[in-house]
Write a protein that binds this ligand. Structure first.
Ligand SMILES: Cc1cc2nc3c(=O)[nH]c(=O)nc-3n(C[C@H](O)[C@H](O)[C@H](O)COP(=O)(O)OP(=O)(O)OC[C@H]3O[C@@H](n4cnc5c(N)ncnc54)[C@H](O)[C@@H]3O)c2cc1C
Length: 341
């Protein structure tokens, strides 16, 4: 199932490699245009901390000097030993064709035993490319770090967990942000170094534009509370009429099933599940959601799950902590009214 150097195992923890003392971890961090480091990258840092190696953080793009400053004001303990900045606009938007040569140049250094990225759209774009060019098998979507060579990751849409032991010289790891808390708040100081200049050949791709949805709501990927709507809402009007006020009353993010997205109830960036976002909020409320395995794969790690469905046999009730069996058109307005009070 896994290629050379990586195997699944259940059993005793492996020994750390002999050169462990020399090991160090390179963490690739994403930041927005204002230099704010992404929440998922702060989770990647806290995952990297568990590896126990000295950490070097890599920031790339024309915002990277500002991002380095902000990182030092964001992260608590002196988690990061060194910040490497690649201040070049070619890295803006993190096109993997541009960023990969930079990562490869840094990973040539023997000291880097681990390369950690968040399992975000950027990380998912970058890691396989780095893995292919280094001829190393990446270990993707890690939810638990057992030790520096042993990782747990979900397989079969989250229906099973594989414990993967990696004997490769360098471990290339992407981590699920929902499984690692963002590193603690505070400030630290660490030297900032310029990344080596890397020759980037003709990219063959160009960044055209982006169309970001601006919303005052918490981000779905990191929100503490999520209200999620399904096909049971029947149409976009009901979705907006019932889900939005309920989410407002809880200051929650809004999510949806693929069926709701495909039916045009909301935009597809709100999809939760195997082919959508993976979330683990403190509270998840599913309204008119059946609980198909592909949806559960994206929300079953939520701390408290509430399901509202008129079919008491719906699979969502098997994972729900609280179930309300009945018509969502009656339950949701009543619940919203009570919560708003
Ligand atoms: C490869 C693949 C990947 C997929 N990826 C995803 C994914 O990432 N995310 C995802 O969500 N799905 C995904 N799906 C689709 C998934 O299989 C389900 O089809 C989908 O999750 C169902 O969405 P739903 O629960 O909204 O709809 P349904 O399954 O149709 O459920 C609607 C529910 O609403 C209830 N209901 C109806 N009327 C009312 C009412 N008046 N009051 C209360 N309850 C009511 C019904 O009892 C029912 O349980 C994927 C499928 C495949 C094959």
């Amino acid at each position: 199932m896994f290629s050379v150097g990586v195997r699944s195992c259940v059993g005793p923890v492996v020994r750390r490699p002999a050169n462990f003392r020399l090991a160090s971890t390179l963490v690739f961090l994403e930041a927005n245009k204002d230099g704010k480091v992404a929440q998922s990258s702060l989770s990647a840092l806290s995952a990297a901390e568990q590896l126990g190696n000295p950490i070097k953080a890599l920031l790339a793009g024309s915002n990277s000097t500002e991002a380095a400053k902000q990182l030092k004001l964001t992260v608590g303990a002196s988690l990061v030993d060194q910040i490497i900045v690649a201040n070049n606009e070619v890295y803006d938007n993190y096109l993997p064709e541009a960023v990969t040569p930079l990562c490869l140049e840094l990973l040539k250094e023997k000291e880097f035993s681990h390369f950690v990225v968040a399992s975000s759209a950027v990380g998912k774009n970058l890691l396989p490319r780095v893995g292919a060019l280094l001829d190393y098998q990446p270990i993707c979507d890690v939810t638990k770090i057992v030790d520096p060579t042993t990782f747990v990751r979900p397989i079969y849409a989250g229906n099973a967990l594989a414990t993967v032991q990696c004997t490769q010289e360098k471990k290339l790891v992407s981590v699920r942000a929902s499984s690692f808390p963002a590193c603690s708040a505070g400030s630290f100081d660490a030297p900032t170094l310029e990344a080596p200049q890397v020759e980037i050949a003709e990219l063959g791709v160009a960044w055209e534009s982006e169309n970001l949805v601006k919303s005052a709501r918490p981000d779905l990927g990191s929100a503490a509370k999520v209200v999620s709507g399904g096909r049971g809402l029947k149409n976009k009007e009901t979705f907006d009429k019932l889900i939005t006020p309920l989410a407002d009353s809880l200051s929650a993010a809004i999510g949806a099933t693929r069926a709701a997205v495909d039916s045009g109830f909301c935009e597809n960036s709100l999809q939760i599940g195997q082919t959508g976002k993976v979330i683990a909020p403190d509270l998840y409320i599913g309204v008119g959601v059946s609980g198909a395995i592909q949806h559960l794969a994206g929300m079953k790690d939520s701390k408290v799950i509430v399901a509202i469905n008129n079919d008491q046999e719906a699979p969502i009730f098997q994972v729900a902590d609280f179930g309300l069996v009945g018509d969502l058109n009656e339950i949701v307005p009543e619940l919203t009214k009570k919560l708003t009070k």
